[in-house]
Structure formats: C-alpha cells, structure tokens
Design a protein around this ligand. Structure first.
Ligand SMILES: [Zn+2]
Length: 125
C-alpha cells in the first residue's frame, strides 16, 4: 500500500517570490522578505503589492494571525471603552486625552495593516 503519497513540491528558490504584476503582467522576482510590501513595477511603474509567500507557508498557520488580530481588536475595544468612561468622569485633562487619542490612532493604523496582512495571506476562502 502506498499511503505516503505526499506531493513533495520542488521548492524553487526559497528566498524569492515569483509573481506577475497585476497591472501589466510582467514577471517579477523579489526577495521573500519583501512580502506584503508595496513596490513600483519596473515596467508599468504602477504601485503593486508583493503577495505573501503563500504556496506552502501562507496556509500553515493563518489562524494564529487571526487570533492575534482578534486579541488586538479586543484590547483596542477595551481601551476605547476605558477612555470613554474616563472622559465621562473628566478625570483626564484635555492634553492627556489628546495624547491617548494619538496613540489610539497609531494602534488603529497598525490594526488596519495587520488586517491587510491577514487578508493577503488568506485570499479566497
Ligand atoms: Zn507592471
């Protein structure tokens, strides 16, 4: 019996991502560390996003990312609730509230990026 039928895909160059520019279709090759980054296509000069290195690694543990994202979202929600409560109690002066608001904007931006990363790693599910 041949139960060990693992399709052992030949890994090309582990350190490179091969993909096509969605704008002009040019074949591009970029270091794996560039995954998710925005680059300018050398051919059509459009800004394009380097896809995640998904073949083997994208499906590996997306749930962990998702879990982290949910965790962060929960923390953010708790923070916002706390701040709202404190604002009501007027225990924070304006400057303090403003500073916390600035930090929240940063957290929100980070969250957006995390969401983007997670969605890039799980295209159509
Ligand atoms: Zn292009």
């Amino acid at each position: 019996m041949n139960t060990n039928d693992s399709a052992d895909a030949v890994e090309p160059t582990v350190t490179d991502i091969l993909f096509e520019c969605p704008q002009c279709g040019k074949s591009l090759e970029i270091d794996a560390r560039g995954a998710g980054y925005l680059i300018v296509c050398p051919d059509c000069h459009n800004e394009i996003q380097v896809p995640a290195w998904n073949a083997e690694h994208g499906s590996e543990a997306p749930s962990e990312d998702e879990r982290h994202r949910v965790e962060i979202e929960e923390m953010l929600g708790q923070l916002q609730a706390k701040i709202a409560r404190l604002e009501h109690q007027q225990r924070l002066d304006d400057q303090c509230i403003k500073r916390i608001g600035d930090e929240l904007v940063l957290i929100q931006a980070a969250l957006d990026r995390i969401t983007e990363v997670v969605e890039t790693r799980n295209p159509a599910s």
